[in-house]
Design a protein around this ligand. Sequence first.
Ligand code: SAM
Length: 244
Amino acid sequence: MKLYLVPTPIGNLDDITLRAIKILQSVDSILAEDTRTSGVLLRHLQISKPLHSYHIFNEHQTVQRLVNQMKEGKTLALISDAGTPGISDPGFLLVRECIKNDIIVECLPGPTAFVPALVNSGLPNDRFTFEGFLPHKKGRQTRLGELGAEERTMIFYESPHRLIKTLQQFAEVFGAERQASVSRELTKIFEENQRGPLSELIAYFAQKTIKGEIVICVQGREPVKGKAKRVYDNEVDDNEDAND
Ligand code: SAM
């Protein structure tokens, strides 16, 4: 009676942990966002298990049935097309229902796109906010307006055809000189990490045909005077702990 959330590679198929393989081999069945995509991975791993579809269009209807299966003693694994289930992917509803029903939930550590993007960005990573996909229409400007005051590094998922427009909107809200990074095709053959002010990133990508999967990181705004300094400013007070 357990739910495992099992991260899968975001590109490079070698990025699956030994434990992820063991868990996928041991469960009663696997829930997948897209059974065809996951079928390819499972065949590559030589794992043959009942595979059921679990995606945003059926999760509300299927959650209770899945919870019942686990209450009857079954152990299930949820995987998404890539990365960690529940991170900009289905999973949250099922996790919440399992917790309500005292079913053990265990998310394995593993691939997810935003961590390597943040670390590769070279931007401060002592504190950050994961924003996932911005709303496309309704609520987009409001969200961007709220982020204008954000001091932590912000992480966004974006599709290639919206990249330029989004970078331009960021330049309007955060200023064209704000430092940012665009990580494309992480862990894949054509991985690319571009870093610099938003103005330079816009100029660079405007000349290109943009393909693949993308994470954008944007530095937060400078802290307001008098507030705590950032750790990376190398001005950490020696007595910091004593003051806690
Ligand atoms: N669950 C995934 C995770 O843990 O990162 C995220 C799934 S979300 C539907 C897909 C988005 O993640 C893409 O549009 C892109 O923004 C980002 N992404 C996934 N794989 C990526 C990669 N290899 N390189 C860059 N971004 C990636």
